[in-house]
Design a protein around this ligand. Structure first.
Ligand code: BG6
Length: 500
C-alpha cells in the first residue's frame, strides 16, 4: 500500500477478445464500476479480429452476465468501451490506436493516464512494449503503466531479455507483473495474520515451527492448453510464481512499514535465502509426477499423454512436490514443503503451519498421541483460518482431544469475496504495486527453478505416468516427508465447517 492514486484512466486491453479478458477482466471492471470505484474511465479493447464497437460492447455485456449472473447499469457501463482491430507488428496500427486513444482521452477527460494491459500470448509482450514507445503511445502527460500476465519468460535468460525490452519503454515502477495468487483474499491475509497477532509472530520461527506445508491441488487436467503446458509443466506454471510467492509471504521478516518497496524488499530477501538445489541434489528435494487415467467425481478421465496437443511420450510434469529450505537465521532447519498438481483428488489450496510438539506430553494415552498445534490458512475454495488446539474432553477425566477454532466463509462464489483480478486492477489504477511481482523476485525465483528444470529436462522420467487421476500425487511425494518424520496433513482432515 502506497500512493492512493488517481482512478481516472484509459485502459487498453490487448487481447480483448481472449479468454482472460472475457472471463476475468470485464466482470472485474464492471464490479469496480458498480461499487463506484472508477472515476472517469474508458476502455479500448484491442485484438486482431475486425469487429465493430457494438459487437465488442455486446461481448462485454455477455461476459458480465455469464460471470456474475446479473448486469444492472450495464448499458451505461459498456458505453465506455471501444474497440480497435490491431496488428501487433504494424506501426500503422499503433498510429491509429494512438489517435483513438487521444480522442477518447479528451472526451472523457482522462488526464493522459494510461494502463496498457497485455492479456496476450507471451511472445508478444516484448514487441508490443517496444511499439508502444516507438509509436508514441507512451508519450502522455499523466501516468503510464504496463500490466503483464504470466508467464514472465520461460527461464531466467528469456525473462531477462523480456525485461530488457519492457524496460526500454517503462520503468520498473511502471511495470505491474500479475501473479493472480496475490489477488486472493487469503493470500493477502497472510501478512495480517502474521503481523497483527501477538500470539503468532513470537512463535514464527525455527524454535516453534517444525514444518510448513503448502498444497495447491487441482481437479482439472491440462484441458485445451496442451501446447503451452508441454513447454511449461507444473514447475514453471505454478511453482516459479504462485507457490514461491506464498513461501515468501510466510517466511519474510516483518517490513518496517507496509509500503510497496519495503514489502517487496523483504520478499526479495527470502528469495535470496532459498537454498539452491541443483544437479544430483534435485532428487533429494523435489519429486515430479504426471497423471495417468483415473476417476474423478465418478467420471473416467484420460491420462495426460492422451490429452490434445500433448506428446504421446511426454516427459512434462503435471505434479511437483518439493522441500524448500530457507537458509537464514529465522528458518534454518524448517522445511517448507510445497505440492501442486493437476487431476488430483480435490481442488484446494491450503497452508498448514505445524508447530513443534510440546516438550513433555502429560496427556499421553497409549492409543493416542497428542496432535501438534496447527495453524491452517484456507486459501480456496474456503477462505479462512483454523487453529488446531488440544483441550479437555467434555465430561471425561483429563483426556485431551483436538479442537478446531475456525473462521471461514465460502469464498469464490460468495458475493462478498471480490475476485482477485478486481483487487489487482484496482491496485494498479491506484498505483499500488505491492501485490505485483518486482523484477528481482522474478529473477531469483527463475534462478531457483531453472536448476531443477535443467535436471528434469535432461533426464527422462522412467516412471511416468506415476499417479492416477483422482489421487494426491505419486508415492514419492509422501516419501519426501516421511524421510523427515512428517506426513502431508490430509486435506479433508483440515476441512472446516463453513459459516454462511
Ligand atoms: C494458473 C496456471 O496460473 O493458475 C493454471 O497457469 C492453473 O495452470 C491456475 O490452473 C490455478 O489457479 P487457481 O486460482 O485456480 O488456483
Amino acid at each position: 500500500m502506497t500512493q492512493t492514486g488517481n482512478m481516472t484512466s484509459l485502459i487498453m486491453i490487448f487481447g480483448a477478445t481472449g479468454d482472460l479478458a472475457v472471463r476475468k477482466l470485464f466482470p472485474s471492471l464492471y464490479r469496480l464500476y458498480n461499487r463506484g470505484k472508477l472515476d472517469k474511465f474508458a476502455v479500448i479493447g484491442v485484438a486482431r479480429r475486425p469487429i465493430s464497437n457494438e459487437e465488442f460492447q455486446n461481448s462485454v455485456k455477455d461476459s458480465v452476465l455469464t460471470a456474475l449472473g446479473k448486469n444492472e447499469n450495464i448499458d451505461e457501463f459498456i458505453s465506455h468501451f471501444y474497440y480497435q482491430a490491431h496488428d501487433v507488428a504494424d506501426s500503422g496500427s499503433y498510429g491509429a490506436l494512438k489517435e483513438l486513444a487521444n480522442q477518447i482521452d479528451e472526451k472523457y477527460e482522462l488526464e493522459g493516464n494510461r494502463i496498457f494491459y497485455l492479456a496476450m500470448a507471451p511472445e508478444f509482450f516484448g514487441p508490443i512494449a517496444l511499439h508502444l514507445k516507438s509509436d508514441g503511445l507512451t508519450d502522455v502527460k499523466g501516468y503510464k503503466r504496463l500490466v503483464i500476465e504470466k508467464p514472465f519468460g520461460h527461464d531466467l535468460e528469456s525473462a531477462k531479455q523480456l525485461n530488457k525490452q519492457i524496460r526500454t519503454a517503462f520503468s520498473e515502477k511502471e511495470v505491474y507483473r500479475i501473479d493472480h495468487y496475490l489477488g486472493k483474499e487469503m493470500v493477502r491475509n497472510i501478512e495480517v495474520i502474521r503481523f497483527a497477532n501477538a500470539i503468532f509472530e513470537p512463535l514464527w520461527n525455527n524454535r516453534y515451527i517444525s514444518n510448513i506445508q503448502i498444497t495447491s491441488s487441482e481437479i482439472l487436467g491440462v484441458e485445451e492448453r496442451g501446447r503451452y503446458y508441454e513447454t511449461s509443466g507444473a514447475l514453471r506454471d505454478m511453482v516459479q510464481n504462485h507457490m514461491l510467492q506464498m513461501v515468501a509471504l510466510l517466511a519474510m521478516e516483518p517490513p518496517i512499514r507496509l509500503t510497496t518497496d519495503e514489502v517487496r524488499s523483504e520478499k526479495v530477501r527470502v528469495f535470496r535465502s532459498l537454498r539452491s538445489i541443483s544437479g544430483g541434489e534435485v532428487d533429494k528435494y523435489f519429486v515430479r509426477g504426471q497423471y495417468g487415467s483415473g476417476t474423478i467425481e465418478d467420471e473416467q478421465v484420460p491420462e495426460y499423454r492422451a490429452e490434445p496437443m500433448v506428446d504421446k511420450e511426454s516427459n512434462t510434469e503435471t505434479f511437483v512436490a518439493g522441500k524448500v529450505m530457507i537458509d537464514n537465521f529465522r528458518w534454518a532447519g524448517v522445511p517448507f514443503y510445497i505440492r501442486t498438481g493437476k487431476r488430483m483428488k480435490t481442488k484446494s489450496t491450503k497452508i498448514v503451519v505445524q508447530f513443534k510438539d510440546i516438550p513433555m506430553n502429560l496427556y499421553y494415552q497409549p492409543e493416542k498421541m497428542l496432535n501438534p498445534n496447527l495453524l491452517v490458512i484456507h486459501i480456496q475454495p474456503e477462505e479462512g483460518i483454523t487453529l488446531h488446539l488440544n483441550a479437555k474432553k467434555m465430561g471425561g477425566h483429563l483426556d485431551a482431544q483436538e479442537v478446531k477454532l475456525s473462521f471461514a466463509n465460502t469464498g469464490i462464489n460468495a458475493m462478498n469475496t471480490p475476485e482477485g483480478y478486481e483487487k489487482l486492477l484496482y491496485d494498479c489504477m491506484r498505483g499500488d504495486a505491492t501485490n505485483f511481482t518486482h523484477w528481482d523476485e522474478v529473477a531469483y525465483s527463475w534462478a531457483f527453478v531453472d536448476n531443477i528444470s535443467d535436471v528434469w529436462e535432461n533426464t527422462k522420467a522412467g516412471d511416468f505416468p506415476n499417479y492416477s487421476s483422482g489421487t494426491m500425487g505419486p508415492r514419492a511425494s509422501d516419501e519426501l516427508l516421511e524421510k523427515d518424520g512428517f506426513f502431508w496433513w490430509p486435506v479433508d482432515y483440515l476441512d472446516v465447517d463453513i459459516c454462511k
